[in-house]
Ligand binder design. Structure first.
Ligand SMILES: Cc1cc2nc3c(=O)[nH]c(=O)nc-3n(C[C@H](O)[C@H](O)[C@H](O)COP(=O)(O)O)c2cc1C
Length: 182
């Protein structure tokens, strides 16, 4: 595998999302031989089993993007001590039908940030439970939590905190090895 391709999506839809910022930051910190492609979850409708008779195109696109990626990076916001509904909705769609989910055996890493002091860790641990059920191949370490996010991002929503950028670099380097050892 010459270049590993990582699909990244953020569980927040807002324009100035710090999680979208983590993805943009990761793109610029990715090691040589790793390409990070962002997928926007905004067009994905609310899950409705009735729509499975005529799958919405954004859902088909999302599933195809996961299937064709070597790995997945999820930028996971913390909402009420768990991960966001936007993320749960998208994952629920991509889990269907469960026998054909592109998440099965898919290598996954997580990143979170929060203005609070836990950095989104509680959200990640909830998300890991769901990803375990879907039989994703989760890379546990290094973890990326950016606490006290205020002032750690510039006006373009790029992470400027040294400790945080070092964490991301280490994680992406380790993920490259995880995807293509040797
Ligand atoms: C509905 C809601 C619930 C939240 N709950 C938590 C929480 O439990 N813990 C926490 O640290 N931050 C919480 N926050 C703050 C978010 O983690 C923070 O706004 C983060 O920046 C959201 O990600 P975004 O910038 O990508 O939109 C909450 C925000 C919202 C909107």
């Amino acid at each position: 595998m010459d270049v590993v391709r990582v699909l990244a999506f953020a569980g927040s839809l807002r324009k100035g999302s710090l999680h979208k910022g983590l993805i943009e930051t990761s793109k610029s910190l990715a090691p040589e031989g790793m390409e990070i492609l962002a997928f926007d979850l905004a067009p994905i409708p609310l899950y409705n089993m009735d729509l499975e008779s005529d799958w919405p195109k954004p859902v088909l696109d999302f599933k195809a993007a996961i299937a064709s990626a070597d790995g997945v990076l999820i930028a996971c916001p913390e909402h009420n001590y768990s991960f966001s509904g936007v993320l749960k909705n998208a994952i629920d769609w991509a889990s269907r039908p469960i026998t054909e989910t592109p998440f099965r055996n898919k290598p996954v890493i997580l990143q979170s940030t929060s203005t609070g002091m836990m950095g989104g860790s509680r959200a990640q641990y909830h998300l890991r439970q769901v990803l375990g059920y879907l039989e994703c191949r989760q890379m546990q370490f290094p973890e990326v939590f950016i606490p006290n996010a205020k002032d750690k991002f510039d006006e373009k929503v790029r992470l400027i905190d040294e400790r945080g950028t070092a964490q991301i670099r280490k994680q992406l380097e380790a993920f490259k090895q995880f995807l293509a050892p040797g």
